[in-house]
Ligand binder design. Structure first.
Ligand SMILES: [Fe+2]
Length: 180
């Protein structure tokens, strides 16, 4: 009996391993998974912001009501960008509320919090998003996916700045190092 050796045609094998943008499919899958988890967390964060926008009370109402609206409008745009980046990478974005609740690490806030607790909760939510951003950045950099790195890098910088502002609002005695 003669064994028939498979014929490997290099360019066809390469096409199977690479997607239409020229990325290796296996490393793209890692980035997409990270992006989908980020998407799930972003939706819960978004809904927490709507909750806080509607339910904030007290002497800081006017400031916080507006601030939360600005943040949820910003989150809405970023959610769309993240989902469309996943589609650009030729994958399916997580699209149902039940999946978001299953996969998100950020918890939905069910009770009505005092205003300062709302701000502290958002700072905690930001920490989770920042962790997710960094995971996406690491896997995207691994596959040379500069488009994702660029997009998520700017989102990271934006949310770090928002965290500084929320922290400045919540802290009475912030300590800064003098280094020069
Ligand atoms: Fe409103």
């Amino acid at each position: 009996m003669t064994l028939v050796k498979p014929i490997i045609i290099p360019h066809i094998q390469k096409e199977r391993d690479m997607n239409y943008l020229g990325f290796e499919k296996t490393t793209v899958r890692k980035t997409v998974k990270n992006l989908n988890h980020l998407l799930a967390n972003y939706h819960i964060y978004y809904q927490n912001l709507r909750n806080f926008h509607w339910n904030v009370q007290g002497e800081n109402f006017f400031d916080l009501h507006d601030k939360f609206e600005n943040l949820y409008n910003d989150a809405r745009l970023k959610i769309d960008e993240i989902a469309e980046r996943i589609l650009t990478l030729r994958h399916k974005p997580m699209s149902t509320l039940s999946d978001y609740l299953t996969y998100a690490r950020i918890k939905e806030v069910k009770e009505t919090l005092p205003d300062r607790e709302m701000v502290l909760t958002l700072l905690e939510n930001h920490k989770v998003l920042i962790e997710d951003f960094r995971k996406v950045l690491a896997s995207a950099a691994e596959s040379g996916d500069e488009g994702t790195v660029d997009m998520i890098g700017s989102f990271l910088e934006n949310i770090e700045k928002s965290s500084w502002m929320l922290d400045a609002w919540a802290s009475k005695h912030a300590v800064f190092d003098h280094v020069w």
